[in-house]
Design a protein around this ligand. Sequence first.
Ligand SMILES: NC(=O)c1ccc[n+]([C@@H]2O[C@H](COP(=O)([O-])OP(=O)(O)OC[C@H]3O[C@@H](n4cnc5c(N)ncnc54)[C@H](O)[C@@H]3O)[C@@H](O)[C@H]2O)c1
Length: 261
Amino acid sequence: MVDTLQVPSDRIHAGKNVLVTGGASGIGLGIVKRMLAEGANVASLDLKPTVAADTTNLLSIVASATDEADVEKAVAEVVTTFGGLDVMVCNAGVIAIAPVTDMEFSEWKRVTEVNLHSVFLGSRAAARQMVSQGRGGVIINASSGAGRRGVPNLSAYCASKAAIIMLTQSLAVELAPHKIRCNCYVPGHIETPFWNDIATGFSKVTGQTPAEVIEGFKASVPWGRFGTPDDVARTVSWLASDNAEYVSGQAIAMNGAEFPF
Ligand SMILES: NC(=O)c1ccc[n+]([C@@H]2O[C@H](COP(=O)([O-])OP(=O)(O)OC[C@H]3O[C@@H](n4cnc5c(N)ncnc54)[C@H](O)[C@@H]3O)[C@@H](O)[C@H]2O)c1
């Protein structure tokens, strides 16, 4: 083994081919923009079109991350368009806020399907492609601080996000012989359109106004602010890069010290 100091350029992902689910909004869009800026070819699979200023190396695929055929087709389209797949980011997610006694089974299934089943489908499709390419790869999945500790009125969301960590750990061990690294990012409170649903949902349960809900969550962050999508995207960029070559099976948080574990 040669252990030399390598200094990366600011286009560290030049020549890499990336697929992001849920890339049209919030954290996913932040990841799309950063990976484009750092030189990658980027495809986004979302229910709605993905729009970014730099469209030269962007492929917007309108489809569902929960549909097996859609996901397989998206990976095939990435391979046809860019020539392969190096990085898969399973980011699409939804939330449901309700006391367990009021939680409809249909709502439980919707959250589990979008948050967890989509990660299985995306990881599996990416792993198949990466194994067949024989040059390794990186799979990065979206968990949440709510996947590490129980939160009242978030049972389906917490359960799905915890399961993503264990799915990712299992894949990391299984795929290591193929040099495919698998990690999770674990955001705290990140300012995205997701928070419209959170504010409305908790407002119904607690009787606070949506603005009071947001202020309460902001006050809980020791760093003094919500995170930005790029706070997450910079960590995802690092995980996707060779700088993280020996990092696999991890769940890495960015949360302004809110859950310091
Ligand atoms: N924002 C936060 O504070 C926060 C905290 C922890 C974890 N997360 C996680 O980060 C991820 C992104 O969250 P966000 O805040 O950017 O949310 P967002 O609502 O801004 O974006 C989510 C995107 O996922 C897409 N999507 C939903 N269902 C889909 C499906 N079936 N197929 C394809 N795309 C689909 C939506 O169209 C949307 O573009 C989610 O998994 C979320 O659970 C967010």
